[in-house]
Design a protein. Structure first.
Lengths: 311, 335
């Protein structure tokens, strides 16, 4: 299995950003602040754990090679940097189409990348790439493994604290969660050695593309990056069917406060009340039995309940 | 002018709140027309989709998918096929919620329709030329990027849930539902959920818990929390508490709910012996069902509770535990 890691380098999001002082909208403030994307770093480690055949690809000008040097230092077999000035204005759609051409050229079985980008941090390029290639895309997974060179399996957090195990047939795109593991330290000696490795530089022409084609793929452009200007939340107006007094009351309360609940008050012998509580829960859609059955295997011994209390 | 659609997320018989929010934003974009609501699903989606007329939908279209278990990617392919075949020269503008479902659907939809993709937006408006101007957070939410999509390009925009809020509804406004035959399942390669590992309510972070049983000063001590833990185990709930309970050492800090503890949004919250000081209620979000058991009928928690039980919590919870236990595991020994 050949794994291709897409590495992005960009402005360090930990730096203070002032969009008004960094020149044109969305400009990067200079090469000093260019770092490899931490989320892609996790994807690199993930790829290295999957296979020995790891290639690294980055799209960007020469200062973005820092990401590729890092990949070489960690053990990637090859590193390719793809660049053309037209790509500076490429949106996610155009970027995904260019990447698709590169993936076709490199023929990997699995494309791995971070679940979040730097800067825009929308994470939309990898799924667009998958859609363009017609490959499945595993979004936001950690602990990835390959089974029998055919299926890639990953774990991701689901709702309510659940963990989901998701699988996709190879070839596939895998987006790795940045939280999925601590990236190991890269020794200075390894970095020095990696810096001597040549990095292949590709142009669009090598992929059979040209600037005009790529420009034609661009569907959106970032016009400005600025401080947020808050827009008031929409609040529903009082319904016309209500009485004037009721509507006034809603307006005075700002429309944000929900009307006071008509809470049901229960009193009486405990056992009777308990029965009514259970009936209420079931009436509200809580399957008390289902949850018990599901947990039957994991329910701890009775009397173990004080475990969480401080000694 | 390109048509405006909301690709609606229907879970069973409920329309996701994010989709209804998107419909509010779509209504602004579609003026003076009304946006359409499009969904891919089966019979169960009929009623909730038709009800979107009250949220401002001018059309409601259901593309039939025989299997409810179809992947989001397949749904996107079906929606794209239908939207692509719609008469009209220009590519459409499609809004959807930036939910896990929306994140899987949107890239496939944008690729099939050959439109722009603007994810995680917080606002969208029409430009003077009929294009689209979308605002979305950038640089770790510290800055906002203004993204322009030129007229005629079409766009798929996912909107961050909970930012825009719901638009006013027009109660009783109905819209006729158009049902379209979705045809055979599209050949889309998509990931598959192989297994779901249930969370252990005893270990789960309270912020993720769907059910919480909480206690306050009225619980009286660690023995009281042992009883609450029994109820929680039977309900599949996690145990939490007010600041008082934590300060008194009855619970560890990570089990504290409120302003100085965890902010939780469970679907079910059972409060025992909690008065419901504002600092505590501040940590309770999300509009889940609240059941309160307290001796003081004037306690603030009783006001926000959907079911308020007046009385000592201990015999009530003991009775609940007894009833639940006999119902669930007939052969299980008590104790």
């Amino acid at each position: 299995v050949t794994g291709l890691v897409l590495l992005q380098a960009g402005m360090d999001s930990g730096l203070a950003v002032d969009p008004r002082r960094s020149g044109a909208a969305g400009d990067r403030p200079g090469r000093g602040g260019v770092v490899p994307n931490p989320a892609d770093r996790a994807a690199l480690e993930c790829a290295l754990s999957l296979t020995a055949r790891v290639l690294a690809l980055t799209i960007g000008p020469v200062e973005h090679e820092c990401a590729l040097h890092l990949a070489r230092a960690r053990g990637a077999m090859g590193a390719v940097r793809l660049w053309d000035p037209v790509l500076a204005a490429a949106d996610a759609v155009a970027m995904a189409r260019v990447l698709a051409a590169a993936v076709v050229a490199l023929e990997p079985a699995v494309v791995l990348t971070g679940a979040r980008g730097l800067e825009g941090a929308t994470g939309s390029v990898p799924p667009l790439l998958a859609a363009r290639l017609g490959w499945p895309c595993l979004q936001g997974v950690g602990r990835v493994r390959v089974e029998g060179d055919r299926v890639v399996v990953g774990e991701r957090p689901g709702a309510g604290g659940r963990r989901e195990e998701v699988e996709a047939a190879i070839p596939a795109v895998v987006m790795v969660r940045p939280e999925s593991g601590e990236a190991p330290y890269v020794a200075y000696r390894a970095r020095r050695a990696a810096a001597r490795h040549p990095i292949e530089c590709w142009s669009l022409q090598q992929l059979g593309l040209d600037a005009a084609t790529v420009h034609g793929w661009v569907r959106s452009e970032v016009e400005a990056v600025d401080w947020p200007r808050p827009r008031p939340r929409r609040t529903a107006g009082p319904p016309a069917a209500k009485s004037a007094a009721e509507r006034l009351r809603q307006l005075v309360s700002g429309g944000s406060k929900p009307p006071a609940l008509q809470s049901r008050l229960l009193e009486g012998p405990p056992d009777e009340v308990a029965g009514q509580v259970i009936a209420f829960l079931e009436g509200s859609g809580f399957h008390v039995l289902a949850s018990v059955n599901r947990l039957a295997g994991t329910t701890p011994r009775a009397g173990d309940g004080g475990r969480e209390a401080k000694p | 002018v390109s048509s405006v659609w909301v690709l609606t997320e229907v879970d069973g018989t409920t329309v996701a709140e994010a989709s209804r929010e998107a419909l509010g934003e779509a209504a602004e974009l579609a003026r003076p027309d009304r946006p359409g609501a499009l969904a891919v699903g089966s019979q169960t989606a009929v009623a909730p989709l038709a009800a979107l007329g009250a949220d401002g939908a001018g059309r409601a279209v259901l593309v039939d998918a025989p299997s409810a278990a179809e992947t989001p990617e397949a749904a996107a392919a079906r929606a794209a096929a239908w939207l692509g075949a719609e008469p009209g020269a220009e590519r459409p503008i499609v809004l959807l919620g930036h939910t896990p479902w929306g994140r899987a659907v949107a890239p496939v939809l944008a690729t099939h329709l050959d439109t722009a993709l603007v994810p995680d937006a917080v606002a969208a408006r029409r430009a003077g030329d009929g294009g689209l101007i979308v605002t979305r957070p950038a640089y770790g939410d510290r800055l906002y990027a203004t993204v322009r999509v030129r007229a005629g390009q079409g766009a798929v925009v996912t909107l961050r849930p909970g930012v825009l809020g719901m638009a006013a509804t027009e109660a009783g406004r109905a819209v006729a539902l158009e049902r379209v035959n979705g045809g055979p399942a599209p050949a889309v390669r998509a990931p598959r959920v192989r297994q779901v590992h249930a969370a252990d309510p005893r270990q789960i972070d309270l912020r993720e818990a769907e059910r919480i049983v909480a206690g306050g000063r009225g619980v009286g001590g660690p023995e009281g929390f042992a009883l609450l833990q029994e109820l929680a185990d039977l309900l599949g709930a996690a145990v939490g508490g007010s600041r008082v309970a934590v300060d008194l050492g009855w619970l560890p800090w990570e089990r504290q709910i409120g302003q100085s503890g965890r902010v939780v949004s469970p679907r079910l919250y059972v409060a025992c012996g909690i008065s419901g000081a504002s600092q505590h209620l501040w940590g309770l979000r999300g509009g889940g069902t609240v059941v309160a058991i307290d001796t003081d009928r004037r306690a603030p928690i009783m006001e926000i509770a959907h079911l308020a039980v007046v009385g000592d919590w201990r015999p009530v919870v003991a009775a609940l535990v007894r009833r639940l236990r006999t119902r669930s595991m007939p052969g299980r020994a008590e104790g």
